[in-house]
Design a protein around this ligand. Sequence first.
Ligand code: TIU
Length: 224
Amino acid sequence: MISVNARPYPFSFDPAHTAVLMIDMQRDFLEPGGFGALLGNDVRPLARIVPACQTLLALARHHGLAVIHTQEAHDPLLADCPPAKKARGRLACGIGDAGPLGRVLVAGEPGADFIPALQPEPGDIVVRKPGKGAFHATALDNILRHRGIRHLLVGGVTTEVCVQSTLREANDRGYDCLLVHDCAASYFPHFHEAVVEMVVAQGGIVGWAAPLSAVQAALEESHA
Ligand code: TIU
């Protein structure tokens, strides 16, 4: 077992039973003209985590952890998009509409793709999801169980929406979750900080949190 110096206490995992779960690092959330920007957000702060996410994925591949990318996107008919989700925000250009990055949050459109720096590599798993949580209406739980994965190192965007929803869904299903907090970001820095504190409060009631450096140190020590 590998032990990461985490809050509220060390997070232990066996690399053979662990996945990095990278949430929704898509152009629609990180680039101008995408869904995040159409919601009225300044998307620029999200770019800051990209190098750390690249390092986390490289570490995972090097040390034999599974790599799973999630992608929030709908089929072109929006058959998997609840009308309430499409209506939310009363956007002039919202889900399914033609925007600067193609149809917003629609699979196969440029905006739904992963950013160039974090494209999936051969052997990585991609899970398309219609909701904010990655377990809702997806095969993720089956995928993890079939591979014997019990621990998740979680990063991506946004911390308080899809990352937190997924982390809570995973926790309820019995997975141990470490939020790699400098590999996650929000359009609202105070929401990001609040989520980190929520996760580790009450004895780590929904998980653990640690910086990438702690994960890296633990993995490298295990190979020393
Ligand atoms: N709007 C926002 O903060 N997030 C989302 O809509 N999706 C994800 O977090 N991926």
